[in-house]
Design a protein around this ligand. Structure first.
Ligand code: SAH
Length: 400
């Protein structure tokens, strides 16, 4: 679902305290709320196509995110056993309920009022359909891909820029953590272009419908979603830097150390936390001296491709804050702790525990053994990331 204006999710205080329902013309039931990505499909052909492309079976349970007034919902209800419609705006919830009231479709509809992203999980289903509110494009996909048993198929409408990110390949300007995840956990196909005139009110940008088919059962990679995604978060935190640089960051090493200690305690491996006296050199010196793990501090403009990627990155529409806010939460926490320490006037010299040095050496070993140290995230394909993750696991290093 395209955006109408640059808006942050949660910027609105909530459905109950915004403007009261208001008739905005003879055909409008009320004013559509752009903060909620409310752009209703007015072309029935597109609603038909979305449902058709899901190839629903009469036994299917469908989840629809954002039914609005029910344009897609009624069509899905005709084809499926049940539709669970999740709607944030109670006014819309009332509309879709009213639309099927007194018809045989009514008993097949289950309405859940709420924010799909705040739900602990998307309800188990065979198909997911949505004219997706632009603010939740990225979190919705991540939420679906992380389901232990994802749906067989998802047919989703997104703003065009976002849809392009889904199908981006290594080296493409729009290649991102999202692109790697989608293509690792699912196959993704562009279905059709949808012009803005098909919506009411018309959004500012064009849209695309995509079909995503998550790998299910034995086809699903036998890896924890959070592990693979955790690695990608680190790698794509600065996608134009080498992986060696990405893994030289203090906060990343601290995370690896923290998780390594958990791994050790779960596996009864003794941890040596004693301080190494001659390691009392500052971090940069360790990074340079430690097994040739020199820090890649090069400017992003050090080669032509970097420029290209940079330009395109700045052109990325902030369609959802989660994806744009590339700094993982643990970075923020660790950085905050670090800042607090600096404020407390900790001496610049930084003694290292033995376990910290072990972890650093392990990270270095993995990057060298996989021959990925000098590669940049934007050039790595999913096999590179998988190889890297398995090598880290071999060393007892985890990311979630
Ligand atoms: N499916 C309808 C309406 C699409 S507009 C059609 O195509 O005509 C998007 C809908 O998603 C709106 O009804 C909006 O209120 C709802 N919505 C927005 N954010 C949501 C969220 N986080 N969770 C559930 N529904 C949401």
């Amino acid at each position: 679902m395209p955006k109408a204006a640059k808006q942050k999710r949660n910027a609105a205080s909530g459905p109950y305290d915004r403007k009261a329902s208001k008739s905005a013309g003879s055909t409008n039931i009320f004013r559509f709320d752009k903060d909620y990505g409310q752009h209703i499909l007015k072309n029935p052909g597109i609603s038909d196509a979305i449902v058709e492309k899901a190839f629903l079976k009469p036994t299917d349970v469908v989840v629809e995110v954002g039914p609005g007034t029910g344009n897609i919902t009624v069509r899905a209800l005709e084809k499926a056993k049940k539709v669970i419609a999740i709607e944030l705006d109670p006014r819309m919830g009332a509309e879709v309920t009213k639309r099927v009231q007194g018809t045989p479709l009514a008993k097949k509809l289950e309405l859940i009022l709420g924010d799909v992203i705040k739900m602990p999980q998307i309800p188990p289903c065979d198909a997911l359909i949505s004219n997706t509110p632009y603010q939740i494009s990225s979190p919705l996909i991540f939420k679906m891909l992380s389901m232990p048993n994802p749906p067989r198929v998802a047919v989703l409408m997104f703003q065009r820029e976002f849809a392009k990110r889904l199908v981006a390949r290594p080296g493409d300007a729009l290649y991102s953590r999202l692109s790697v995840n989608v293509n690792f956990w699912a196959s993704c196909k562009h279905i059709m272009k949808v012009g803005k005139q098909n919506f009411k009110p018309p959004p500012k940008v064009e849209s695309d419908v995509v079909r995503i088919e998550p790998f299910i059962g034995s086809a699903r990679p036998n890896i924890a979603f959070e592990e693979f995604d955790g690695l990608l978060r680190i790698a794509f935190n600065r996608k134009n830097k080498t992986l060696r640089a990405a893994f030289s960051i203090k906060e990343v090493l601290a995370l690896c150390e923290k998780n390594y200690k958990i791994y050790c305690s779960l596996n009864n491996i003794p941890i040596d936390e004693s301080i190494v006296e001659d390691a009392t050199i500052d971090d940069d010196e360790v990074e340079e001296a430690d097994n040739g793990m020199d820090v890649d501090m090069e400017d992003d403009n050090d080669d032509d491709n970097d420029n290209e990627a940079e330009n395109d990155e700045s052109g990325e529409a902030p369609m959802d804050e989660e994806e744009d806010d590339d700094m993982p939460a643990f970075f923020k926490e660790l950085k905050a702790a670090d800042d607090a320490k600096a404020a407390a006037k900790t001496p610049a010299r930084n003694p290292k525990s033995k376990v910290a040095l072990i972890v650093r050496a392990k990270v270095n070993k993995v990057l060298t053994a996989t021959k990925l140290a000098d590669k940049r995230a934007r050039q790595c394909d999913q096999n590179d990331f998988l190889k890297l993750l398995l090598a880290f696991h071999e060393e007892g290093i985890h990311f979630s």
